[in-house]
Design a protein around this ligand. Structure first.
Ligand SMILES: [Zn+2]
Length: 252
């Protein structure tokens, strides 16, 4: 299991003082889970949470890949036996997000949560709670997080991103370099979901195409690059990795 994060739990997403977020902001939490199909059935291989700072009042904030502050966590399994642990961690992340975020976003998140619940041998209370709220998300309740499905109500938001939001089947990574690459993929997709939800909620806007991979590189490269360099990526794999968001390390 590999974890890549800049969050400072358990105190708060960004430490006691909510760095780098100020007090005049709300938080949006986006979730993404990537799956693989094994003979034994569906297996989660990676999960990500991305926190975005969104203005509480006023007009939509200008968002850009060079200036966006994101809090993130990506967790990747390295063998199938670690899947239950991944489910537990994701369940905990969902519970925390409901406590700290005013907007929760996912892409068919109900599908992910249903699969998680079906696979887990222990109760996933966070996931079950979000799943129940997700089903009733059109009913606005005071003090309850706004929930946005980017595959449903936000599908037609018209957000210009350089990658699709739909997951593609992944595989269990076989080396640190591949784990880091999978972490980047799930993080990028999670950020794309969060950005789409932020636009849908009228909190973000931008001109042209938002380069999601660049924002991830900027936020997480120090955590991800060591593993890339370890592996050197000299080896060739039988499996093909998704090419939706190839890292552009030197893009200017
Ligand atoms: Zn590899």
């Amino acid at each position: 299991m590999r974890d890549y994060t800049n969050l400072q739990w358990p105190e708060a997403p960004f430490g006691a003082e909510q760095r780098p977020f100020g007090q005049h902001h709300d938080m949006l939490a986006a979730f993404a889970v990537d799956w693989t199909s094994l003979d034994a059935g569906l297996l989660p291989v990676a999960a990500a949470t991305v926190y975005l700072r969104v203005r509480r009042h006023g007009t939509a904030a200008q968002a850009g890949e060079q200036s966006l502050s994101i809090g993130f966590r990506a967790t990747v399994i390295e063998e199938p036996a670690e899947a239950p642990h991944l489910l537990t961690l994701t369940d905990r992340a969902l519970t925390r997000a409901r406590r700290h975020a005013v907007i929760l976003a996912g892409h068919h998140l109900d599908n992910d949560l249903t699969c998680m619940g079906a696979l887990s041998t222990t109760p996933l209370r966070g996931a079950a709670g979000v799943l129940a709220a997700w089903a009733n998300r059109t009913v606005k309740e005071r003090g309850v997080a706004l929930m946005i499905d980017t595959a449903a109500e936000a599908r037609t938001t018209g957000v210009e991103l350089d990658m699709p939001l739909d997951p593609v089947p992944e595989s269990v990574p076989d080396c640190p370099g591949c784990a880091a690459r999978l972490a980047r993929c799930v993080l990028a997709r999670c950020l794309a979901v969060g950005l789409t939800a932020a636009v849908h909620a009228g909190r973000y806007r931008w001109e042209g195409t938002f380069h999601v991979g660049d924002a991830i590189d900027r936020a997480a490269w120090d955590l991800l690059s060591a593993n890339f360099d370890d592996a050197g990526h000299q080896h060739r794999h039988q499996t093909t990795h998704r090419a939706a968001t190839p890292p552009r390390r030197n893009r200017r």
